[in-house]
Design a protein around this ligand. Sequence first.
Ligand code: UDP
Ligand code: MG
Length: 350
Amino acid sequence: MTPSRLRTISNDIVHERNVKPFRTLSLIIPFYNERSSLPLLLGEIERLARRLQSRQIDVEAVLVDDGSTDGGGQAIAAWVAAQARPFETRVLRLSRNFGKELALSAGLEAADADAVVLLDADLQHPVELIDTFVEAWLGEGVDVVYAYREDSAREPLGKRVLRSAFYRLVNGASGGTLHPSAGDFRLMSRRACEALKRFPERERLMKGLYGLIGFPTKGVPYAPAPRAAGTSKFPTLKLWAAGLNGVTAFSVFPLRLTLLMGLALGLLSFVYGVWTVIEKLAFGIHVPGYPTLVVIISMVGAGQLIGMGIVGEYVGKVLVEVKQRPLYILESDERLASAAAPSQDRSLTA
Ligand code: UDP
Ligand code: MG
């Protein structure tokens, strides 16, 4: 019998007895070479699961191994085997490194809980904030509770300007509901999660898609902790590439910008042309041709190349979509058994 069937039956029973039904919460945690952080994270989740158990909520950790090469999967198995945990642990292993966005998609596809929380493995996302998420989800009936960084004002100016430009572009294409300092750390109800899963694109920017699904939403501030261990998987260059990819995957503004630039350049050359005629006819000034020509030709050439490059980015994206390749490839999907059974009677076999 599947866990969801068991849940339905137990909920029917508690309904008859007029007590609060059990709910399930899946924590979706993509990780890539986070061996040292994972045991600390699982310890935090254990404490969270105990707290939430008193509110009739079962916690499941869905750890998505994004092709780690440091044996993180084995570290989880060893940790789980040694604990009497109050939460289920499931490890999805992708066949190689597909990137965080796709690892998140794999986790979302696998989870069937009443709500999911997307969480980083390096403990930069404080696990205690999930209690606040749950409060808003169950207490206020909110479908999406996202965390936004309240320390972003302390970022270097350059990074802040880039971040704001990125969000402005993506926000324009996703209904204008995104918070500039919010990331993936969020809770989504079952229906919000199902809505998100309906977006089929290969080139996906999760931060943009969150804005498209709608539903009652609430933001909660948080201060990210320093990394528990290891280094960031997004160095500046990769961040730039991801930002550019994200913008072209989501917004057609760069295409519109090339059109506007072309129009502006056309207008400028028309005005300049008229001006040279006036100069010649009215003032008899001889316009020196060579430097003007060189400047104009190189300007127009550069403009055309930029335009072609931007169009090329979009054509490339269309090609990727048309191919309909699988988003990710799953190598294994394991439910890990612990030393002692959890307090409630729940099946481990799907
Ligand atoms: N991550 C992943 N696949 C990748 C890169 C990162 O699953 O290819 C995970 C990583 O292990 C972490 C989360 O995504 O759990 C966020 O990554 P990181 O902490 O390096 O990003 P930062 O916090 O520096 O933006
Ligand atoms: Mg991090």
